[in-house]
Ligand binder design. Sequence first.
Ligand code: SAH
Length: 360
Amino acid sequence: MPDQRTDLRSTIAAQIRIGGPISIATYMGLCLTHPHKGYYRKADPLGVAGDFVTAPEISQMFGELIGVWAVNLWAQMGGPERFSLLELGPGRGTLMADLLLVAGRTPGFSAALDLRLHDASEVLKAEQHRRLARHAPKWIEDFDELPDQPVIVIANEFFDALPIRQFVRADGRWHERCVGLKDGGLAFGLSPTPMPETAFPESVRTARDGELYELGLAAIETMSRLASAIAPRGGAVLAIDYGYPATGTGETLQAVARHAFADPLAAPGDADLSAHVDFEALGAAARNAGLDVPAIVTQGEFLDAMGIHERAEVLSSANPEDAEAIASSLNRLTAADQMGSLFKVFAAVSPGLRPPGFGA
Ligand code: SAH
C-alpha cells in the first residue's frame, strides 16, 4: 500500500490526464481539503511540531483582546439575551478558549452565548471539541444554519486558506494559469484561450504582459454568504489575515512546510497552501449585503488600539518570571518586521455598530 500522504500527486495527475489541466483553485482545493488526502484532513498542521505557528498559538493576549472586541460589540447591540458566536477555521480552539475566558467575566455574556464553529478538518474539530466542550459548541457547514439571532464572527487565518485562481497577462489578454503535466510531473502552464476582458476588475485591465492577477472567488463567495447571514440578524465579522488593501496584480500563492517556504507543486497535500487576501474584494462583498466596512488596519495597529501593551504589563507584573517571554510574544504579534504589518484586520458590521480597534 502506498502511503496516503504521497498518493495525492497520482490522484491529481490522473485527474489531469482524464480532464485536462486544472485551475490553481481546483489544485488548491484538492491539496487542502481532498476528503482523505487533503492537507487539512490528515493532521494538525499547527505549532512548533507542525508546519506553521499562528497568532493565538503565540500568546493568550491575541484571543483575549478579540474577546474584548466581541464583548464590546455584544454590548453595543444592547447585550442580546441570545446571540451566536461563530468562529471560522478555529484550528486548535486556542483563540476561542482565550476569548471566552475574558468575555466570560462580563455578566450575561456566557449565558447568552451560542457557540458555533465551522471547520474542514476532522483532526482539528476533535481538538476543538476537547478544548471547548464546556461551552457546548455546535459545528455548522453553512451559514443558513445560524439561529435567527445576532451573530459575531471571528476568523483568524481562515480566508487565506481558500482557493484562488491565477491569470497571467500575455499578448495583451488575461490567460488562466493552470496545473498540467510535463515530463510526467506537475507543471504550471497558461491556458491558450484568453479570458473576456470584462470579467476582470478595472484596476487590473491596464496590466502589462507578464503581470499576474489572483482572483479569490471562494473568499468572496464566503464573505458574501456570511454578510448576507449577518445583515438580517445584526452583528459583525472580524477577519485577520495576510492580505492587501486594494485589488491589484502580484503573485502571493505560497506553500509552507515545516516552517519553511516550499514549491507549491512539490508535495501536494503535505504542504500548507495559502494566498494573500484581497480585502477590497471582501469589503465589496460585505457592503453589497448591506454591512458597513471600515478601512482595514494592520494587526499591529489593531492590537495596539485594543490595549495589548497594557495587557502585557499586567501579565508581566503578575508573572515576573514570564516577563521575557511575554515581551517576546508582544514583539512577534505587533512589530512591523514580524506579524505586525503583514497581517491585516478586516471588519464588517451592521450599520450603526462601531467596531473597536479601527481608528476614530
Ligand atoms: N484560526 C486558527 C487556525 C488557522 S489554520 C489559528 O489561528 O490558529 C486554518 C483553519 O481553517 C484550520 O482550522 C483549517 O482546518 C480551517 N480550514 C481551512 N480551509 C477550510 C475550508 N475550506 N473550510 C473550512 N475550514 C477550513
